[in-house]
Design a protein around this ligand. Structure first.
Ligand code: WTA
Length: 649
């Protein structure tokens, strides 16, 4: 771990909104008197009826969490209407196409009209407040319009990442009983088409078998590629929008009315529908976006995430637009037409704040500095990262080569569940240490606990928990509140358990060490080992499967699968390919196994529990210290696993 400390960069300190003294003062107030602190900052968004109650939360019992509960507001109003007077003609969204010759700018006035029209189309088809709408879209402005149109009329959106398979889309449609889908004929990434509408058609069939009927599909025409059509059910977006009014009043939403559901993987079972509500989420995402990136009016801001993930929700759409920012939506990939694309786009649109994932940084670092050096990047002021621990080597490259040593690297730790940034430096306030997410944001009370739940003081290594509520946190698992309580608040009573391991150093800085549960982080994408295992065992040839992560230079973690076969099956190269294809079909390409090892048996305790610790060690190619294997039902299994391991270095 790097011991190097970078002082607060001088260039940002000169006029940053929060300096070190202000950070400490505000932080102290936010912890000592959260009601007073959030009463003040809650007013950063517009309310139709201001709240009188601020915080009403408990991490015990049924874990009721309410913020600003008697206030009335609307997310879409805050992202659009309130800016029209002062910046109606300012660009709200810059669209940069997959094809470098395609781009488009959408002003706040245009955004207003598009969102109102779409909201009216949805109303015309009977979508009402509280209804769930599935959005399965590429990175085009219509994806943001769709989210904002839902929030305008109080519908709850569930965005499903465009890289998920029809099976995965169907599972999410069924779970939240969604009867309205917004999609696109085809997406385009790296010059290749992605059959989104076809996938939706398949997903709708699968959902129908589980008695969930999708009644309407709105289809954006992106490529003009051929698609199937169900008359009465399918509608062209452009045709529908042409015939409705350009005004649609925003629905007055209670602060705790649901804003969206976003499915995410946990250590057990199928993905959970993380539910976020309106008021607290908008306050928290807009506030973190402003201070964490030292965002100022006029800045061009670019987050490279996909709207299918929480980073896209909070920091492409809701946070930046609530602040009246210009937010860039990029349809493509970092290496198309070549590995210089990011920096070309930075120069082309004069991007000031750039936010990406360590996996992208590592892969671009591997391509060589020439791709960076041919751009100027003079507009850049802030560099951010998110999604997984950033190794100090990648951090240094990002800081020195991409940022020319002038832009602070803001390593933001947070989760789908937390809604917004939790542990992060603030430019102008926090001295940086490469690899550390540094210090908590206002109102965030991190603690480290040992396996028994004892709180550890001072420098320590432990499990990361959060001791009290903050406005942006998830409120429940959609349709299963008990699962919410069990998953997050039962491991350590009265505390939110993050699932991450963490070290705190002598300066009080936090260093996230990665998940301590059975969740993988592959290229910044969260995946449950249980999901991949269940995809594998759904193949006829497979009897049993255990999936673990192993260190991967670019992706952070790779997916290592141990598979035992049904009697009579043999582990051929062909079957290996078939299993990879099967997992891609069940979940999506992001879950493609990197290694599959056919094994006659898995190491189990006498009570039948798979010993994952051993499997992890073998996958890491580090089997010298397997620890105690004497409790295994059949110790010989381990010998075979080592002898046939797939990861020899
Ligand atoms: C990991 C993404 C280290 C962590 C916003 C967390 C990080 C999981 C960082 C959440 C970071 C995210 N440093 N690890 N800066 N950011 N993580 O829900 O393990 O997709 O629990 O949210 O990503 O992933 P999720």
């Amino acid at each position: 771990m790097s011991a190097k400390t970078y002082p607060v960069a001088k260039s940002t300190r000169a006029n940053a909104q929060i300096d070190a003294e202000t950070y400490h003062k505000w932080y102290r107030e936010s912890i000592e008197n959260p009601d007073r602190f959030w009463d003040k900052h809650g007013m950063r968004i517009d309310w139709f009826k201001p709240y009188t109650k601020v915080k009403n939360t408990s991490f015990n019992g049924k874990v009721p969490i309410k913020w600003f509960e008697d206030g009335l507001t609307n997310a879409s109003y805050n992202c659009i209407d309130r800016h029209l007077k002062t910046r109606g003609n300012q660009v709200a969204i810059i669209f940069e196409g997959d094809n470098p010759y395609i781009d488009k700018k959408i002003t706040y006035n245009e955004l207003y009209e598009q969102v109102c029209r779409l909201a009216n189309v949805m109303k015309k088809h009977g979508v009402k407040k509280g209804d769930r709408v599935t959005i399965y879209m590429p990175m085009i402005p219509e994806a943001a319009y769709a989210m904002l149109a839902c929030s305008r009329i109080g519908a709850v959106h569930s965005v499903v990442f465009g890289g998920f398979s029809p099976e995965a889309v169907a599972g999410r449609i069924v779970d939240c009983q969604s009867s309205f889908v917004i999609t696109c004929d085809e997406g385009v990434r790296g010059g290749k088409p992605i059959p989104l509408k076809d996938n939706v058609d398949t997903a709708i069939h699968i959902a129908a078998r589980q008695h969930v009927q999708v009644k309407n599909v709105l289809v954006v025409r992106r490529t003009g590629g051929k698609v199937g059509w169900a008359p009465g059910r399918d509608h062209w977006y452009h045709q529908e929008l042409a015939s409705v009014k350009t005004e649609c009043p925003p629905v007055k939403m209670k602060a705790e009315d649901p804003l969206f559901i976003l499915y995410t993987s946990g250590s057990t079972g199928k993905p959970k529908g993380v539910l976020h509500t309106t008021g607290g989420y908008m306050v928290y995402t807009s506030m973190t976006h402003q201070y964490v990136f030292d965002y100022r009016p006029g800045d061009i801001y670019w987050c490279t995430a996909d709207v299918g993930w929480v980073t896209g929700h909070s920091y492409i759409v809701y946070g930046p637009l609530a602040n009246g920012a210009t937010t860039l939506m990029f349809e493509g990939v970092p290496n198309f037409p070549d590995q210089g694309r990011f920096w070309e786009v930075v120069d082309k649109h004069k991007v000031n704040i750039f936010y990406t994932a360590p996996t992208a940084i590592r892969s671009l670092m591997g391509a060589g500095d020439e791709f960076v050096k041919r751009s100027s990047r003079a507009s850049l002021r802030i560099l951010g990262t998110v999604g997984e621990p950033i190794n100090p080597e990648a951090w240094e490259w990002y800081y020195n080569v991409v940022g020319d040593g002038r832009c602070p690297v803001i390593d933001t730790w947070w989760q789908t569940e937390t809604g917004g940034h939790m542990i992060t430096p603030l430019p102008g306030a926090t001295a940086l240490k490469p690899g550390s997410a540094t210090l908590p944001f206002f109102g965030i009370k991190p603690q480290l606990v040992d396996a028994e739940g004892q709180v550890l003081d001072g420098p320590a290594d432990g499990n990361l928990v959060i001791a009290d509520s903050w406005p942006g946190q998830m409120r429940t698992v959609y349709g299963d509140h008990e699962r919410f309580v069990q998953t997050y608040f039962s491991t350590y009573k009265g505390k939110y358990f993050t699932g991450d391991g963490c070290r705190r150093d002598e300066d009080g800085y936090y260093w996230i060490t990665g998940r301590v549960d059975d969740v993988l982080n592959v290229s910044g994408h969260r995946m449950g080992t249980a999901e991949i295992e269940s995809a594998l065992v759904s193949h006829d040839a497979v009897s049993e499967a255990a999936v673990v992560g192993y260190p991967h230079d670019i992706k952070g973690q790779g997916i290592y699968c141990y598979v035992t076969l049904m009697a009579g099956q043999s582990g051929s190269e062909e079957l290996r390919k078939e299993l990879v294809a099967h997992v891609r079909k069940e979940i999506g390409p992001i879950a493609s196994p990197d290694k599959i090892q056919f094994a006659p048996g898995l190491p189990k305790t006498r009570s039948g529990k798979i010993m994952r610790r051993i499997l992890r060690k073998i996958a890491e190619d580090d089997f010298s210290a397997l620890g105690d294997t004497s409790t295994l039902a059949d110790p010989a299994v381990v010998e075979d696993l080592i002898a046939n391991r797939q990861n020899r270095q």
